[in-house]
Design a protein around this ligand. Sequence first.
Ligand SMILES: Cc1ncc(COP(=O)(O)O)c(C=O)c1O
Length: 385
Amino acid sequence: MNGRVYLDHNASTQVHPEVVAAMLPYFGERFGNPSSVHSFGREAREGVEIAREQITNFLRVSKDEVVFTSGGTESDNLAIKGVAGARGAGHIITSPIEHHAVLRTCQVLETQGFAVTYLPVDGDGLVNPDDVRRAIRPDTILITIMHANSEVGTIQPVDTIGAVARERGIPFHVDGVQTFGKVPIDLDGFGIDLLSFSSHKIYGPKGVAGLYIRKGTKMVSVQHGGEHERRRRAGTENVPGIVGFGKAAELRAREMEAEATRLTALRNRLWDGISARVADVRLNGHPTRRLPGTLNLCFRHVESESIVLGLDLKGVAVSAGSACTSGNVEPSYVLVAMGVPLDWAMGSVRATLGRLNTDADIDYVLEVLPPLVERIRSLSPAAVS
Ligand SMILES: Cc1ncc(COP(=O)(O)O)c(C=O)c1O
């Protein structure tokens, strides 16, 4: 344990020192606009194109199939509005546990006349591919299902869903923000036509992301202006960010597999330790089809925020599943969709591990968390009754 313990890697990650080093020249002498024809511009363009190659090598796709954006949120918006805009009307299939970047985009499209089906998920957070098949209508224009959920880490059967989409000739968008660089993504094998992926979840900088668009996918651009990114996304490129993103993807290619094994072991040790020491705790999400570093727990009769704040005082950073909206504490919409009972869902806490976490971090959490939960419960009227 070195000072504080950061267990919130699904929220964001520390930029890798090699990524920082790769970016620095692009704040300095290589500051040009990549659209400029002079040498300053050409140097900046070279940085962007090297990054594109690093990312397309990692995804095993061609260089004209990746568009850089300002974040996973923009990638999701571009994918969904881009396909919807090309069709003008129709039906979209998604799930209720998508990131808000997908859910709110679908809701906006509903106000514009598009129809949206929100498929149910089971108690582990899984979408049933048969439900996808049954939901398809003659006017279905898009299926958008996330690869892994950011809260509970459940990994969807995107390969089977992709096969259904392909069989029916429907474009398939996958929000891969939480899986890109963490678990393998086989775009052809999974039948994915559009993939959103983001830099700051994989030790790259914030405010930069990508959208993979399979050749031949019909879509319109949603941001208008110059001719950047082959006219698919207008705006001067975030050159240092893109350079850092490319480097981060290259590093993931080297580190992903070993890190997945290491994080799975650390995560399991954390869960085993907590479940042995704390009563009335449950694991959320699928027990095995889950992101390597993600552990989402519910502590019955405890409010998430009390644990998050109590752990923060001890130097441990985790996140709460419940959220405070307009003065009321609301349970996580993901857990609600999974059918987690309210008295459990209010006490959900997410710990997400990353490359700098060690066994000593886990030991420390196992030392401070159980007495904290006990203390909060001793003050909770619900726990006493
Ligand atoms: C599944 C998922 N999609 C989209 C996003 C949004 O990505 P960004 O923060 O890059 O806008 C996130 C971020 O947490 C996410 O977890």
